[in-house]
Design a protein around this ligand. Structure first.
Ligand SMILES: Nc1ncnc2c1ncn2[C@@H]1O[C@H](COP(=O)(O)OP(=O)(O)O)[C@@H](O)[C@H]1O
Ligand SMILES: [Mg+2]
Length: 283
């Protein structure tokens, strides 16, 4: 499924004292099977943007098209349920997503809502938990007795359970220990590479942007300031300064190495392994 965002603006509390324009005239297309990172400082409009992609919020101006679905003010959105089945969102704060009395019910909430049959539901919660690295002992636990990392995983499992084509994850690794964060990022990478899902990742982790994303969309004060490849963004000092974002340290080192070894190919650096490979090739 392709997403086309045209002249999207979004204002909270329209015509009220606290009226606030969170997004202004955003234009962007997201192709099927891409891995996109959305970056920008807190308050730049990232969460607002993703909620406009599946009709949770309706654009104040402009529109969002997802294949045949059109999300636009005053135009009744047909088959919103189908749209929501195709675009799964894991929210920034998973505790807002978990509300059933136990993990199993929570995970099956989406699939049931989308009309999965008893046969399809059978074993689905257990299978979804396995994908996110939790065993079946979690099925009967209350969401409230889980750690932060476990809550995230259960929230992700609940979305994966109905197998959306597009997976949107809002700061999924914030506040997690590095090991758990890595595992979760590898899971998204796997879903992207093996299951061919479109991934839209909201993040502050520039190392993850470099390693996993094909494209990066940068917001500042609700405006789209850049939509390019991670490497192009990170190498653009002026833009980086404007966005007040720090490039991954690995790239900074790569730039220094290139000064001495011009053959060093910075554009192939995505993580430690590819960095070391480039280094071996030139020295
Ligand atoms: N429900 C709301 N009512 C009013 N303003 C909001 C609401 N949600 C978010 N905002 C404001 O909109 C702006 C963008 O918020 P958000 O999309 O959550 O940013 P980000 O996810 O990049 O941190 C912020 O200034 C925020 O305070
Ligand atoms: Mg947010």
């Amino acid at each position: 499924m392709n997403i086309k965002i045209s002249h999207l603006s979004y204002t909270y509390a329209m015509n009220q004292p606290f009226q606030y324009e969170a997004l202004t005239d955003i234009n962007a297309s997201i192709k099927s099977n891409d891995f996109i990172a959305i970056i920008g400082q807190t308050g730049s409009g990232k969460s607002t943007l993703i909620q406009n992609l599946n009709g949770l919020l309706i654009p104040t101006m402009g529109k969002v098209e997802v294949d045949e679905f059109v999300i636009q003010k005053k135009v009744k959105l047909k088959n919103i349920k189908q749209l929501r089945k195709k675009i799964g969102i894991v929210f920034q704060f998973p505790e807002y997503q978990l509300f059933e009395e136990n993990v199993e019910k929570d995970i099956l909430f989406g699939p049931k809502n989308f009309g999965f049959s008893e046969e399809q539901l059978n074993g689905l919660a257990k299978k979804s938990l396995e994908i996110v690295g939790l065993d079946e002992t979690f099925l009967k636990k209350s969401p409230f007795e889980l750690s932060g990392g476990e809550k995230r995983r259960v929230a992700i499992a609940g979305i994966l359970a109905f197998d959306p084509e597009i997976l949107i994850v809002d700061e999924p690794t914030a506040g997690l220990d590095p090991q758990t964060a890595n595992k979760i990022m590898e899971l998204f990478n796997h879903l992207h590479k093996v299951q061919k899902k479109t991934i839209i990742l909201v993040t502050h982790q520039m190392d993850d942007v470099l390693k996993y994303a094909n494209h990066v969309l940068a917001l500042k004060n609700g405006k789209l300031e850049a939509y390019t490849t991670p490497i192009k963004l990170f190498m653009d000092d002026k833009l980086m300064q404007h966005l007040q974002v720090e490039a991954p340290i690995l790239l900074k080192i790569a730039v220094e190495i290139k000064k001495k070894y011009p053959a060093f190919n910075i554009s192939k650096v995505r993580d430690i392994d590819s960095f070391v490979q480039q280094l071996k090739d030139v020295i």
